[in-house]
Design a protein around this ligand. Structure first.
Ligand code: DGL
Length: 259
């Protein structure tokens, strides 16, 4: 098979990376994608870095054996813990990661603080702290660790009291302040954007999916790897969990529209 017509592999700890996959399907409609959600082992965000690295390697190996031409780590937590090692091990294909979209949030130049919601691991890892150092002088950036939030979304809870209570608990102390932007530093969170807006209205909510997919596209162009079959791309969804609900949720999220 022409290497250019091979699929692109995506993975996340669960259903979150589907928010990045949706952007990829929009921007690269002729590509084939294989999405692997590791819901059996979700969440990654409260595991040790070594464990996350091991899980990421297992999934990456599975996808590489499916003959992918590029790998997208559609998980901020796995990117923080494992991207360097993944790039080293799979140096024959492009490996693209995702990180909290601080740059676009700072560039909005809005008045007030920038809140950054992510898993505890993402916010404590060196990668994010380097990013924070880079932009902290330019804006007042507040990390908001959200343990347990990805789990609610994995359980299909995308609205309702339980979610609103969680968000109020995490965000209510900032409501009095002026907020310039909210950055979603976990790929699960775009699916609850509307619920965050209900609590903190009229504030731009930014996620890293567009930046990641643009980087993927740039890499494919530079390496002459864009699909040349001329056909509309296909998407294959795989999950490590045997639960029927997870596949149903994955398909629902793939179709879900949000702003
Ligand atoms: N979706 C993952 C991320 O982007 C995290 C979810 C988890 O904790 O597993 O960070």
């Amino acid at each position: 098979m022409d290497v250019r017509n091979r699929p692109i592999g995506f993975f996340d700890s669960g259903v979150g990376g589907i928010s990045v996959l949706k952007e990829a399907i929009r921007i690269l409609p002729k590509e084939d994608f294989i999405y692997y959600g590791d819901s059996k082992n979700a969440p990654y965000g409260d595991k040790s870095v070594d464990e996350i690295r091991q899980l990421s390697f297992n999934v990456a190996q599975f996808l590489v054996e499916k003959n992918i031409k590029a790998l997208v780590v559609a998980c901020n937590t796995a990117t923080s813990a494992a991207i360097k090692d993944l790039r080293k091990k799979y140096s024959n294909i492009p490996v693209i990661g995702i990180e909290p979209a601080l740059k676009p949030a700072v560039e909005i130049k809005g008045m007030g603080k920038i809140l950054i919601m992510a898993t505890p691991v993402t916010l404590s890892e060196k990668k994010f702290n380097n990013l924070l150092k880079k932009y902290n002088g330019k804006s007042d950036i507040i990390p908001v660790p959200c343990p347990g939030l990805a789990e609610l979304i994995e359980a299909g809870i995308l609205s309702g009291n339980k979610l609103q209570n969680y968000l109020e608990d995490k965000l209510s102390s900032y409501i009095q302040n002026e907020i310039a932007a909210i950055v979603l530093g976990c790929t699960h969170y775009p699916f609850i954007k509307d619920e965050i807006s209900k609590l903190i209205p009229n504030v731009p909510i930014i996620d890293g999916s567009i930046g990641t997919v643009k980087q993927l596209k740039r890499k494919l162009i530079t390496l002459n790897l864009l699909n040349v079959s001329g056909e509309k791309g296909k998407v294959q969804m795989i999950n490590s969990s045997e639960s029927k609900e997870i596949m149903e949720l994955s398909n629902k999220l793939l179709k879900l529209s949000y702003n």
